[in-house]
Design a binder for this molecule. Structure first.
Ligand SMILES: *[C@@H]1O[C@H](CO)[C@@H](O)[C@H](O)[C@H]1NC(C)=O
Ligand SMILES: CC(=O)N[C@H]1CO[C@H](CO)[C@@H](O)[C@@H]1O
Length: 739
């Protein structure tokens, strides 16, 4: 019953047999041999049945456990079969050997909720995850293991990676969560988009890939492993495609199915960048195009993006919102018409499943830019996809005995080869309404506390002769590191007799920085996603005698992508010079510098109820506004109802926000989105530069306040503001459907 594509060569047959042997062996390891997951050239096979699988990424720490059941239910209602998630190592092992699997990091609970909903799980263990997540998911302590180099043929790294991967696999096994044990996990992923790195680093990369595949397979999960963006994924690991389109992807062996593990539903937002969106018509088109070309597994990255709470955002400069223009928005509400349109697409694909999994497509031309892909099985099932690739013209095509209207850049699906039940460019009107932020008219009553800049003689500071890299000192326990030194100015300096002060110049590896001279803010500089590095070069006001120079270097998320990104520095590495003195230019890099990790307010836990009562706050007419380095606090009662909540922070600059001691993330509405926001025609190849919004406005104005973090009354809201802002204009809003 197979057409020519299915005539297996003897080598592939042999490989298939080896694979079957491997499967038999791995299932033998478990006492429960009831369920199996395997694959062939067509599809993933679950319990003997080939399946077209529609999957969506939901990252458990990017929402709250209270949100999970509803997110999963909406994914199911949207027509998904599989939930895909990464596993976030740095969340699970904050210090070596000390594991954390509670609250938002309760992986077992998340997987079990997916199981209860009747969906499958694709567990992308990584443990490198990229994901715009801090340090790509690696714990920062890992960088300081002796002799380590990440993601290459390196002993200490491989040992650590294997230990964590085995820990997760064993945890899943102990809870019987693999499909072969009756659980929902049908697939696991090792590494992540390593192909491009391997290409760059060569031989050690190649042997690392082999090792990673063998190590993973050796853990005997009983379910297939995948490697995405890894053309040389060794058998039996399946290599899969990531991208905005994947229709032309072919796996590296004829006996592997064509899988698309990251279909980007939108794109992430960076502070300082415009907000990318992707039209629903184009996503639907890309998915239909993949399926019509023989694809059998599609994952939406992201189906729900969520929030980079706390300091989990990677980068540097990744925004707190990880909304991703996904079918379920950051707040857990369906995004229309995207969610509804894709649900219709999924129904059409599922109605065609019998034909799709049992036949290869016959492709015929219907015009210069039009094609029919027909799947006809021996048993009589027939499904057709009629495609119009023309970005400018819609056309009428003849197919079978019928005529079909194909809008430009669209695909119609005919599950019986006769009736077009869905077209990717035709969005039905039945989808529920759009959502908007609606202010809840209640003013907060604020109190303020001023964070003084410390000086080189600070008793808690560490003194070092010369400059230190930032993360080496902070170990990322805080965004903030103070670099402090004293500069002696002779009363005879020329500039003191009128004229400008000397020019202070330094270079920093990033990411943002404030300059304080004798307690006064004398400048703020920051980099951006394209270039986190920054230079400060400005006249500063110095006086005769001792001058206190305090530089606050600020990290905004550690890098998550790039070859050996773990070696990227942050902070002031020098030289630091003063130009325009009688002696000419003085290099102050090599003198004594004092270092202080974090803010005073952080050390005092001002974001908590007990901590916040440890200092004197002022209020009323004394309330400090538009001053840098200010802490604000207020208490409020929760609004009724159950709509998601957010804070409108547009009157503020940069800092961090906490509700009842929990960090809702970094705020940075002062970083205005650069670039141009042009037209957004759904037709034509999508890139993340197309269909952008928010240009000239804050990259992120609203910050999600999870409902489960607020109690009916007496909620403590704390804001730390670096730049200066007007807290009286911070507003609580609810996200709700507009009429
Ligand atoms: C620099 O710091 C070291 C170590 O704290 C100290 O012994 C030394 O006296 C300092 N030098 C100056 C010039 O202050
Ligand atoms: C190389 C790259 O950008 N990879 C990324 C693909 O998609 C998302 C971006 O949101 C990342 O998580 C991947 O790792």
């Amino acid at each position: 019953m197979w057409d020519k594509h299915n005539m297996l060569s003897s080598t592939t047959t042999r490989a298939n047999m080896l694979f079957m042997l491997w499967l038999l062996f791995s299932s033998w390891v478990f006492s429960l041999v009831s369920a199996t997951v395997s694959y062939d050239s067509k599809a993933i096979i679950i319990n003997g049945r080939r399946r077209i699988l529609l999957s969506g990424s939901i990252h458990y720490p990017r929402s709250t456990p209270e949100m999970w059941p509803d997110l999963i239910a909406k994914a199911k209602e949207g027509g998904l079969d599989v939930i895909q998630t990464y596993v976030f190592w740095n969340g699970h092992e904050p210090s070596p050997g000390k594991y954390y699997f509670e609250d938002r990091y309760d992986l077992v609970r998340f997987v079990k909720l997916v199981q209860q909903a009747g969906l499958y799980v694709n567990l992308r263990i990584g443990p490198y995850v990229c994901a715009e997540w801090n340090f790509g998911g690696f714990p920062v302590w890992l960088k300081y293991v002796r002799g380590i180099a990440f993601r290459t043929d390196n002993g200490p790294f491989k040992a650590a990676m294997q230990k964590f991967t085995a820990k997760i696999v064993n945890m899943m096994k102990a809870e019987k969560l693999f499909q072969t044990q009756g659980g929902p996990i049908i697939m696991a992923q090792i590494e992540n988009e390593f192909g491009p790195v391997e290409w760059e680093i060569g031989a050690p990369g190649k042997s690392y890939t082999k090792w990673a595949a063998q190590m993973a397979v050796g853990l005997r999960t009983g379910v297939p492993w995948i490697m995405c963006k890894q053309d040389d994924a060794p058998d039996p690991v399946i290599n899969t495609c990531n991208g905005f389109y994947c229709e032309n992807f072919t796996p590296n062996a004829k006996y592997k199915p064509k899988m698309w593990t990251e279909n980007w539903t939108g794109w992430f937002t960076e502070f300082g960048g415009a907000v990318p969106t992707r039209p629903a018509e184009d996503i639907a088109f890309s998915v239909a195009r993949f399926i019509q070309n023989g694809g059998s597994f599609v994952n939406y990255y992201m189906y729900h993006g969520g929030t980079n709470f706390g300091r989990t955002a990677g980068g540097p400069f990744i925004a707190t919102s990880y909304d991703y223009d996904a079918p379920i928005d950051e707040y857990g509400l369906t995004r229309e018409p995207k969610w509804g349109h894709l649900r219709e697409l999924h129904k059409a694909i599922k109605s065609s499943e019998a034909a799709l999994v049992s036949a290869y497509p016959t492709v015929t031309s219907l015009g210069s830019k039009q094609e029919a892909h027909v799947f006809k099985s021996k048993s009589g099932a027939c499904a057709a996809f009629l495609a119009n690739y023309d970005t400018r013209y819609s056309v009428k095509v003849k197919f079978g005995n019928g005529q079909y209207d194909l809008p430009r850049w669209s695909i119609s699906i005919l599950p019986d080869c006769k009736t077009a039940v869905f077209n990717t460019a035709r969005i039905g009107g039945a989808h529920s309404s759009k959502k908007a932020m609606v202010p809840l008219n209640r003013a907060f009553s604020w109190q303020s506390y001023n964070e003084q800049s410390p000086t080189a003689d600070d008793r808690e500071a560490t003194v070092h002769n010369g400059l230190w890299e930032q993360i080496y000192l902070t170990r990322d326990a805080s965004d903030y590191l103070w670099y402090m030194t004293d500069v002696k100015i002779d009363p005879n300096e020329g500039f003191l007799k009128g004229g400008q002060g000397p020019i202070l110049t330094f270079w920093s590896a990033g990411h943002a920085l404030h300059v304080f001279i004798n307690g006064q803010l004398s400048g703020t500089v920051y980099g951006g996603l394209d270039n986190p590095k920054l230079t400060f070069s400005n006249n500063v006001k110095l006086r005769a005698g001792i001058n206190r120079i305090s530089l606050l270097s600020v990290a905004v998320g550690l890098p998550n992508v790039g070859t050996h990104f773990e070696t990227w520095n942050a902070g002031i590495l020098g030289p630091v010079t003063l130009k325009g003195l009688n002696e000419g230019t003085r290099d102050i890099s090599k003198q004594n510098w004092s270092y202080k990790i974090g803010l005073k307010g952080e050390a005092l836990n001002l974001h908590t109820v007990t901590g916040s009562s440890s200092v004197e706050w002022v209020q009323g007419s004394q309330l400090v506004k538009k001053q840098p380095m200010t802490w604000y606090k207020t208490t409020f009662n929760a609004p009724g109802g159950n709509e998601p909540l957010a804070l409108d922070m547009s009157s503020m600059g940069k800092g961090q926000v906490w509700i009842n001691g929990q960090s809702i993330g970094r705020h940075w509405p002062g970083y205005i989105a650069r670039g141009s926001c042009g037209d957004c025609d759904y037709a034509g190849t999508y890139t993340d530069k197309k269909c952008r919004t928010n240009c000239g406005e804050p990259s992120q104005r609203w910050y999600h306040v999870p409902r489960s973090w607020v109690k009916p009354s007496g909620n403590l809201l704390v804001v730390f503001e670096e730049w200066g802002g007007d807290p009286t204009r911070i507003a609580l809003v609810k996200r709700t459907a507009t009429a």
